[in-house]
Design a protein around this ligand. Structure first.
Ligand code: SF4
Length: 331
């Protein structure tokens, strides 16, 4: 009989790394799925760690509809604007589809009962299992002994005795288990999800309130730059460093939309700005003036910016500095 197959929801963190190793210890063949959202750190170590574990890794991105969870989560937010229960349901649903595609019999995760107040209470784990369509097929190897047996356990494909009963937030027992199981590189404890950050929340709230129809690209923009509101429908995003300036330029080229303009310094060294919304033309001079606030290398009497818009000729015009209290950063 061939080995049972499992699909692991894999973030590259310690818990999901351990979940995979625990299953491998009892001969289960694991395929890992790493699901990317706009808000998770793109420097996740998942690829390297998956290679060390000897599992095939598939990276999937959430679809445009994912932003609906952030706008109106059925199960509420955590301490930031993180809709963790809805997000876990969404990811477990993606993993279920992947499980069916590759002919696996179970989805495994690194969730631990009581570890996270927002999404790992006993009732949350049950909701995630049921709402993702994985009833009986969502196995949490690190706390399985505290939960009802799953179908693969009942069928004898997975030995429940070799699963664990971890509970709560303690990391030390998990690090000890990792050492016992021969995991040499212990991943850091961060979730890497900016939605959990309290300082990021006002920016998300501002977008939801001012632009109820905001799409994925608008949410993507939240992770970059300084944000200012010209009015409720129009905002400017200003790069904070060279990397962000380059990102904004690429974003502008990629989106190719006529409700967006790019504002570049013409005769001084400074950041670029992206204006997005209903009144981009009215906001362009103001945007140029905002750029002036973030450079010391402009001659205020002479400073000019270049404005680019899809299907429109480029324009160059002079800008005047604003009074400091004329701009309010939304974060
Ligand atoms: S921390 Fe972020 S990625 Fe993780 S479950 Fe919560 S919302 Fe989703």
């Amino acid at each position: 009989m061939s080995n049972p197959r499992a699909v692991a929801l894999y973030s590259g963190g310690l818990d999901s790394t351990l979940a995979i190793r625990v299953m491998q210890e009892q001969g289960v063949t694991v395929e890992a799925v790493n699901i990317r959202t706009t808000f998770r750190c793109c420097k996740s170590p998942a690829a390297q760690l998956a290679a060390e574990l000897g599992v095939r890794l598939t990276v999937l991105s959430v679809a445009d509809e994912y932003v609906n969870l952030i706008r109106k989560p059925s199960y509420g937010y955590g301490k930031g604007m993180n809709p963790c229960v809805d997000c876990r349901i969404y990811m477990a649903t993606m993993a279920r589809k992947f499980m069916q595609e590759v002919g696996a019999c179970v989805v495994i995760t690194g969730e631990i009962l009581g570890q996270r107040p927002m999404s790992q209470k006993r009732c949350d784990l049950a909701i995630i299992e049921r709402q993702s369509g994985l009833s009986g097929r969502l196995l949490r190897p690190l706390c399985a002994k505290l939960l009802p047996p799953t179908i693969p356990e009942r069928d004898g494909l997975v030995d429940r005795e070799r699963l664990y009963a971890f509970h709560g937030r303690g990391r030390k027992p998990l690090v000890n288990l990792a050492r016992q199981l021969g995991i040499r590189r212990i991943p850091p404890p961060s979730t890497g999800c900016s939605l959990t950050e309290i300082t990021f929340a006002p920016r998300v709230r501002d977008l939801i309130e001012c632009q109820p129809d905001a799409g994925r690209a608008d949410f993507e923009l939240l992770s970059v730059g300084r944000h200012f509101r010209f009015d409720r429908q129009t905002k400017i995003v200003v790069g904070r460093n060279e990397e962000e300036n380059a990102w904004i330029e690429l974003y502008f080229a990629r989106e190719n939309r006529d409700d967006m303009i790019l504002v570049r310094p013409e005769n001084f060294v400074g950041p670029v700005g992206l204006v997005r919304g209903l009144r981009v033309h009215e906001a362009s001079r103001w945007a140029g003036a905002v750029l002036l606030q973030y450079t010391r290398q402009a001659d205020p009497a002479n400073a000019a910016v270049r404005v680019l818009q899809v299907n429109q000729p480029e324009q160059v015009f002079q800008v005047q500095p604003l009074a400091f209290d004329e701009t309010v950063e939304t974060l």
